[in-house]
Design a protein around this ligand. Structure first.
Ligand code: CA
Length: 465
């Protein structure tokens, strides 16, 4: 059964159950939840209510949605440092798997009229809007379950970045005050990103669009509003109409360069350097300028990326994240889910796994007695620790806790489907079920900060003070 055919109530129950199991699996690897004083919290909210930041929020709205308790888990998330580094091929194999490509192709046909209108209004290619939608919220299937007012109020009063989150708390209150989003729909990521576009409240107020014409900008329930708002965001970040995001390229023998997508040069420059498309064809002149992106260094796939790639990057400040959007949009355009790898292989003999395979591994670990909490398809610290223990106990070297194809074979054993039943070399199962309880791994949600000269710069939430 596909996820899209699950009834709404079953879907929310499923999300709830998965959300709980995710919390329990993630807990052990995180620092303990801080003990936050509620009286300190309430005093802080009293101060905020009368501060200039909240001058646009009426007191009825403030009092109505004022949390009675802080939520310590968001402070945990704010200070969370992953124990394990993730290789780019592991990151991409989960974000761009057969299942997500198929969901994207289905969405492309289902919303073709809206996508056409959005493309003609904002000049943003439909496949690029779909790529963002798919990576951000799994095409609207995973919006995040944290109550926004509790999260943002807690972040406004404790730990780092209080000033920024105070502004976003005020913005979230303004959104319900204006009637754009129902208060019960104000749930999202721990940091306050919400809806099918995973906008922060401030981005919502600046860039959300009412595209279905019902008078509300509803990025939670209206797909047309969500698609148009995504296009409006990319347009606002400098999207160039008619340009591709870039393409995979082949480097000539003896060529050496560092990865630096910001150092943009003309296509003629790259042609003169001997670069071609990955299939050997000459580079087309359809990019104004392009920078070289080498996610795994000189040995892996190489890319020339243009300005539109940078607009994807501005969604989440991670090149791997932007590459996932770019690659997913290409596969949706091609309407081919059978092969989700690039032409040049990643420099590994142990490729990454799909979401279904991640769930298979987690189930096998549970069956073997490892207390990883539950099966959610996300290889977090707890699953990786369990894998490491499993590897150590069986003398598998290296005991690195990584869930790749080799470990999948090891733990699934004879039960593993034959590779030929899979669609591609990553072994992505054809009958996998979408189940992605959290929005895309937000390695670094971007926030806007003002420079001394008044200009805006984007920084990551998880960096700085
Ligand atoms: Ca609307």
């Amino acid at each position: 059964m596909r996820f899209t055919s699950v009834s709404t109530s079953a879907l929310s129950l499923l999300s709830l159950a998965v959300g709980l199991s995710f919390a329990s699996t993630a807990q052990a690897a995180r620092p303990p939840a801080p003990d936050l004083s509620n009286s300190e919290f309430q005093q802080c909210l009293d101060r905020l209510k009368n501060s200039s930041k909240f001058s646009g929020v009426d007191s009825f709205t403030f009092n109505n949605y004022r949390p009675s308790q802080p939520d310590p888990s968001v402070i945990q998330s704010l200070n969370y440092q992953p124990e394990f580094q993730k290789d780019v091929w592991d990151y991409l194999s989960v974000l761009v798997d057969k299942e997500r490509v198929e969901d994207g192709i289905r969405a492309k046909h289902q919303w073709s009229d809206t996508l056409r209108q959005v493309e003609s209004r904002y000049g943003v290619k439909a496949a690029h809007v779909l790529g963002v939608w798919g990576v951000e919220s799994n095409f609207g299937q995973t919006l995040g379950k944290k109550p926004l007012f509790e999260s943002l109020a807690t972040l406004s009063c404790f730990d780092r970045r209080q000033s920024y989150f105070q502004g976003e708390f005020a913005n979230a209150l303004k959104i319900v005050q204006r009637g754009d989003i129902a208060p019960s729909d104000m749930t999202g990521s721990w940091a306050g990103a919400f809806g099918q576009t995973q906008f922060m409240p401030g981005t919502f107020l600046d860039l959300a669009v009412d595209f279905d014409g019902d008078g509300r900008r509803d990025l939670v329930n209206s797909v047309p509003d969500a698609l148009a708002s995504t296009a409006n965001f990319l347009d606002n970040r400098g999207y160039r109409t008619g340009e591709p995001w870039g393409y995979e390229v082949k480097l000539p023998d003896g060529f050496w360069a560092a990865s630096n997508r910001r150092d943009k040069k003309s296509i003629s420059h790259w042609r003169n350097q001997g670069l071609t498309l990955a299939n050997g064809s000459p580079l087309p002149y359809d990019l104004n300028s392009a920078g070289l992106l080498l996610p795994a260094g000189m040995e892996g796939p190489a890319f020339l990326v243009g300005k539109n790639f940078d607009t994807f990057y501005s969604y989440n400040a991670s090149e791997n994240y932007a590459l996932a959007i770019a690659h997913l949009s290409d596969l949706i355009t091609r309407e081919d889910s059978s092969k989700t790898d690039f032409i040049t292989a990643w420099p590994t003999d142990d490729p990454g796994i799909s979401r279904q395979q991640a769930k298979d591994i987690q189930q096998a670990l549970l069956d073997a007695g490892y207390d990883i909490g539950g099966v959610d398809g996300i290889i977090g610290d707890n699953t990786r620790t369990a894998i490491q223990q499993y590897q150590t106990s069986r003398g598998i070297f290296p005991a690195d806790g990584r869930a790749g194809q080799n470990f999948y074979r090891t733990i699934i054993g004879d039960a593993a489907p034959n590779r030929s039943q899979y669609g591609n070399q990553y072994g992505q199962s054809g009958n996998s079920q979408p189940l992605n309880p959290e929005p895309a791994d937000r390695m670094g949600q971007l926030i806007q900060q003002k420079n001394a000269d008044g200009s805006i710069r984007l920084v990551r939430i998880d960096e700085g003070s």
